[in-house]
Design a binder for this molecule. Structure first.
Ligand code: ZN
Length: 98
């Protein structure tokens, strides 16, 4: 799957950028997302599937937070479940229904 440079949720635009080494070391995270800054940061990984899952994980955080469910966003296990299943769907979908 392609990881976008930009996307929108509820007419709010978000940018996607690489996380620098200092932020990675401080946050001890593969990714981060901020609704206030409208930004998702990803730490580079040579494992493409890890990077895709991390992007979708941060996307799901922003879906919950921008739609008024911040308490769901705080549930890391739930966010990871939804993003993992979305990733599986995106990797396994085939064909196009005509
Ligand atoms: Zn998370």
């Amino acid at each position: 799957m392609k990881i976008p440079e930009e996307f929108s949720l509820l007419n709010r635009s978000f940018s996607v950028a690489w996380m620098d080494e200092d932020t990675h070391l401080i946050a001890q995270a593969k990714g981060a997302a901020s609704l206030e800054q409208g930004r998702v940061l990803l730490y580079p990984s040579e494992h493409r599937e890890d990077l895709e899952h991390t992007f979708l994980h941060e996307l799901i955080h922003m879906v919950f937070e921008s739609s008024g469910y911040p308490e769901l966003s705080k549930n890391e296990e739930f966010v990871d479940l939804i993003s993992g299943m979305l990733h599986q769907y995106m990797r396994t979908k085939k064909g196009e229904l005509e």
